[in-house]
Design a protein around this ligand. Structure first.
Ligand SMILES: [Zn+2]
Length: 316
């Protein structure tokens, strides 16, 4: 048997086929294009799936199911997307609408939860049952799996780790409140600090790397400047690591997972992010003995597709 997995994001729609051993056979993607209707986006997703099946000569009766990851609040039982700030539609019955294109059992889930499932089943947390997946990108997303089940709270919206407050009256967050972890640990936060520092220190490598065009600075620029032994950049990364670690310490103290998996753009930095955070974790974790493993996502951008394809296994 084969399984379709779809990952609908604000930027791209990705789809893949996994086989009975949960290995990705093939994948494809197409731009989401902001502002389009749910019908157009779901039709594109279905077309991607069908073209993958055709290209790999897999007949549709060999396809078991379709899993769809969505960026926002998802009612998995009713099959509805409740809210997504990256898409121009909500309160849509995704399962009913997608069945118009592919008449198979359809499952939907939040995208960070899909990535957590993917990493638990086939990636950095393989063999674990208590896993926290954190994605560090534009924002900070999280997927929490406890005893093999996705944690979503009593009303479906739990597990928003990015919006735990780590600094009273701190930086403004995209959610409108102040001091959220996301406002300190996202790639956007690192970019913000890089730009502020470059404006203040025109002799820094951060400033030089973009020839003074501060708008070009992103999170990677700060890491690149640190590679050149730029003290300003190194200090920003040091502070960033501390803030990232505070949130992880909080999560480890509450949930004591076997593994915390770091995904998203920042995870491309690998040990440069993992090592300092792990050192802080060892020092700050409650009880003084760190048993939780901190790991970089091994499936990369495929985690969401693989996790979505595996939704038929039921992680509730
Ligand atoms: Zn927030």
């Amino acid at each position: 048997m084969y399984y379709f997995g779809v990952d609908i994001g604000g930027t791209n729609i990705s789809a893949g086929i996994i086989d009975g051993k949960y290995k990705m056979t093939d994948k494809a993607c197409t731009p989401t294009i902001q502002g389009r209707s749910h019908k157009d986006i779901l039709e594109d997703a279905a077309k991607l799936c069908l073209s993958l099946a055709e290209k790999n000569e897999i007949p549709l009766d060999k396809i078991n199911s379709v899993g769809i990851g969505l960026p926002g609040l998802v009612d998995t039982k009713k099959g509805k997307l409740i809210y997504a700030n990256n898409l121009s539609f909500d309160h849509i019955d995704i399962i009913k609408e997608f069945k118009k294109f592919i008449d198979k059992p359809i499952y939907i889930e939040n995208d960070a939860n899909c990535a957590a499932i993917g990493e638990m089943m086939c990636g950095a947390a393989h063999g674990n049952k208590n896993v926290i997946y954190i994605t560090l990108g534009t924002g900070v997303g999280a997927g929490i799996i406890l005893n093999g089940k996705v944690f979503r709270g009593a009303f479906g919206g739990g597990g928003e780790a990015g919006h735990m407050v780590i600094m009273a009256e701190g930086e403004l967050c995209t959610c409108g409140r102040k001091g959220c972890w996301e406002a300190y640990a996202s790639a956007t936060a690192l970019r913000r600090e890089g730009r502020i520092a470059a404006a203040k220190y025109p002799n820094s490598e951060i400033y030089r790397l973009v020839d003074g065009n501060i708008k070009l600075i992103d999170a990677k620029t700060v890491f690149d400047a640190a590679d050149l032994n730029d003290e300003v950049a190194m200090e920003i990364i040091d502070t960033y690591s501390k803030h990232l670690a505070i949130g992880i310490v909080n999560l480890v103290n509450i949930f004591q997972p076997e593994t915390v998996v770091i995904g998203g753009g920042i995870c491309a930095q690998g040990d440069r992010v993992i090592e300092p955070v792990n050192n802080i974790l060892k020092e700050k974790v409650y009880g003084g003995v760190l048993k939780t493993k901190l790991a970089v996502a091994t499936l990369g951008n495929d985690a969401g597709i693989v996790g979505a394809a595996l939704l038929f296994k039921n992680f509730d």
